[in-house]
Design a protein around this ligand. Structure first.
Ligand SMILES: Nc1ncnc2c1ncn2[C@@H]1O[C@H](COP(=O)(O)OP(=O)(O)OP(=O)(O)O)[C@@H](O)[C@H]1O
Ligand SMILES: [Mg+2]
Length: 281
């Protein structure tokens, strides 16, 4: 599927931080994604997201939860403007700022924006290429040909994705020959090889067994030191385990957004409580 391919990555290996590095914690500078009163429509008639306002902070894991169809994936896809690929789809109100840029400003270079935002999908989607070439893919698009640079980036990305030990002796084997959990970690390695600032994950574990799921959850926890992560999940335990903040959506609205501990111990809204305790959804 075309949308599953990584977007054209940066021409050079990343990219110094593009927001101020020394912002004190909890200042505005700590906000990586700022969503301000956003509505979104696929047909310009009915808004499937309404009045969404939230801030996503650097080096945090933010979980999006809520019943099927409530708009979690739609909002996630607004962040890298992937919904632009759908004719008629548009933000109909409000503004999204990412890394201090209004990302729907007509002057924004979408390719440039997407360099900073990696995405991992529910259905792992390695290319029909070797393990090595899967990870090197984005770097090659950037024009990097130096073998030692590529070797090092491939190894570092596979180590970071927790896959190196399992594949280091067969880097030339096809990525498609790996187990599902390994393929998903390969996709994560491919995503982080180009060092995005933000990683979007849409139900990254829903096709995986419990052991692979635990591996990916551990990985997410480690990756947040370097990345800002937004994860959509239907697994409440997973949201509770991996995220710092949790956003509960229902019928296109953000019902409650708070520290994960608060959401799962004492949510403020009845609907949140009903959902996380399995009474609906
Ligand atoms: N490409 C599309 N064209 C038109 N409507 C869409 C499209 N994708 C999603 N929708 C609609 O937008 C609403 C939100 O869908 P979305 O996929 O964001 O929900 P979700 O919360 O991710 O659900 P799930 O948990 O099932 O993945 C739904 O009503 C859905 O039918
Ligand atoms: Mg979805």
């Amino acid at each position: 599927m075309e949308t599953a391919m990584p977007e054209a990555p940066p021409e050079t290996i990343p990219a110094a931080p593009i927001e101020p590095a020394a912002a004190p914690p909890d200042s505005r500078g700590d906000i990586v994604v700022e969503i301000d009163d956003v509505n979104f429509s696929y047909d310009r008639k009915k808004d499937v997201l309404r009045d969404i306002t939230m801030d996503i902070r650097r080096n945090e894991v933010t979980a999006f939860i809520g019943p099927s169809g409530c708009g979690k994936s739609t909002l996630l896809r607004c962040f890298n403007r992937m919904n632009d690929l759908i004719p008629g789809a548009a933000i109909t109100k409000g503004r999204i700022r990412i890394l201090d840029t209004n990302i729907y400003d007509p002057a924004v270079d979408v390719i440039e924006l997407r360099k900073h935002i990696g995405m991992v999908f529910q259905k792992y989607n390695p290319f029909p290429k070797s393990i090595y070439e899967n990870v090197a893919y984005g770097l090659r698009i950037q024009g990097i040909r130096n073998k030692s640079v590529l070797d090092q980036a491939v190894e570092e990305s596979l180590v970071a994705a927790g896959l190196w030990e399992e594949v280091k002796d067969r880097l030339d084997a096809s990525g498609l020959g790996l187990s599902g959990g390994q393929q998903q970690r390969l996709c994560i390695a491919r995503t982080i090889a180009v060092q995005p600032r933000i990683i979007l994950m849409d139900e990254p574990c829903s096709a995986l067994d419990p052991i692979s799921t635990t591996t990916i959850e551990d990985l997410i926890t480690r990756l947040k030191d370097q990345y800002t992560i937004v994860i959509v999940t239907h697994n409440m335990q997973q949201a509770a385990r991996v995220s710092d903040k949790t956003a509960f959506f229902y019928l296109g609205e953000l019902i409650e957004f708070n520290d994960t501990l608060q959401i799962f111990s004492a949510p403020h809204k009845r609907a949140t409580e009903d959902y996380i305790s399995g009474r609906f959804g």
